[in-house]
Design a binder for this molecule. Structure first.
Ligand code: SF4
Ligand code: SF4
Ligand code: FES
Length: 339
């Protein structure tokens, strides 16, 4: 199907958007391939022993072919038992996400590449082949009890909301729950260590926690089980989001701000980090460790000694080292950001 629409049928301003989209069509991204070219597809398949093997296929390229078209071809002609999931075929339902050549993509939206390795999403149990179990994500979302509880009475429809009051929550509403960000996040994989809910559940939480109508107690209670301060702001989640949600800037950072206001004890590490920079003009790992861990450090004395030996901490430098002259600049920048 030709998706190019004549510019003159759209009002001024719309044409620019269409032009931008033209550069991102399947046809544009598939210029390297011609009808009939061979596309090499390697798929990670589950075996009968609970492990996985890689299976290679060669398929003929057809115009504007998507990853989903390649999977459909393989399932119809070469491997009828291939398990993969999709529903809408048009970037709406979020069920078809896989990893292609090491990055998370929607199979129904991503153009094929001449040579592709397709794997299931990470950080979720594999049911079979490319199908993952979404239950861990759904459980985390359920733990947040993601609905609005008003402190006051319902004002009636339509409720008086300003753009500012809903701007972050409304961005989160674009989420199609595809789990791409959950798979790309390097901290989710450490879940037992960090107890971090992960980007996709936090985007769901933001839909109500960043809504001005929600009760602060309700929001604080949800944030207390989010592990949100374990996010390291690496932006991997944003890079792969097919809905182009600014996950860090419009979801995670505003949620962290809410947590600092509603439950400062959750932000102990972040607030200590900030106060050290304010005072010293730089981070001091020794002071950070001592102030965050406190007496608990005595319980993990072996670990503290290892940090000392590896020069991760240096109490002498902390006590007698010169403070950076940048502290006044740091204070000015941080206070400016607060305003
Ligand atoms: S920015 Fe945070 S949530 Fe996003 S991938 Fe990095 S650690 Fe995960
Ligand atoms: S935030 Fe983006 S990547 Fe994450 S689940 Fe929602 S749509 Fe997918
Ligand atoms: S099949 Fe629905 S988003 Fe891809």
């Amino acid at each position: 199907m030709n998706l190019i629409v004549p510019q003159q049928t759209f009002p001024r301003g719309t044409a620019r958007t269409i032009g931008k989209e033209r550069g991102d069509t399947l046809a544009a991204r598939n210029r390297a391939l011609q009808d009939g070219d061979v596309v090499s597809v390697t798929i990670r398949r589950s075996d009968d022993n609970g492990g996985a093997t890689l299976q290679a296929f060669e398929i003929p390229y057809t115009r504007a072919m998507r990853v989903l078209d390649a999977l459909n071809y393989i399932s119809q002609h070469l491997a009828p038992d291939l398990a993969y999931r999709w529903l809408c075929g048009s970037k709406m339902c979020g069920t078809c996400a896989v990893r292609m050549n090491g990055r998370e993509v929607l199979a129904c939206w991503e153009a094929v590449e001449p040579s592709m390795t397709i794997e299931p999403l990470r950080n979720l149990p594999v049911v079979r082949d490319l199908v993952v179990d979404r239950a861990p994500y759904e459980q985390r979302v359920a733990n947040f009890q993601p609905w609005i509880e008003r402190d006051g009475d319902y004002a009636g429809f339509p409720e008086p909301l300003t753009h500012t009051e809903v701007k972050h929550a409304s961005k989160a509403l674009d989420c199609i729950s595809c789990m791409s960000c959950f798979s790309a996040c390097p901290v989710v994989g450490l879940s037992d260590v960090t107890n971090f809910a992960g980007p996709a559940p936090l985007v769901q939480l933001a839909q109500t926690a960043l809504d001005a109508r929600n009760s602060p107690d309700k929001v604080a209670s949800a944030l207390s089980v989010s592990g949100i301060f374990n996010c390291v702001s690496c932006y991997k989640c944003e890079e792969v989001c097919p809905a182009k949600i600014p996950i860090v800037t419009s979801v995670i950072e505003p949620l962290k701000t809410r947590a600092v206001i509603l439950s400062p004890q959750l932000a102990h590490h972040a607030l200590t980090f900030r106060s050290i920079i304010l005072a010293r003009g730089r981070i001091d790992p020794t002071e950070l460790v001592f102030r965050v861990r406190g007496l608990k450090l005595l319980l993990g004395l072996g670990r503290a000694l290892r940090m000392l030996v590896r020069r991760k901490i240096n109490p002498v430098k902390t006590l007698f080292g010169r403070w950076s002259g940048a502290s006044s600049v740091a204070a000015r920048l941080l206070r400016k950001k607060d305003r």
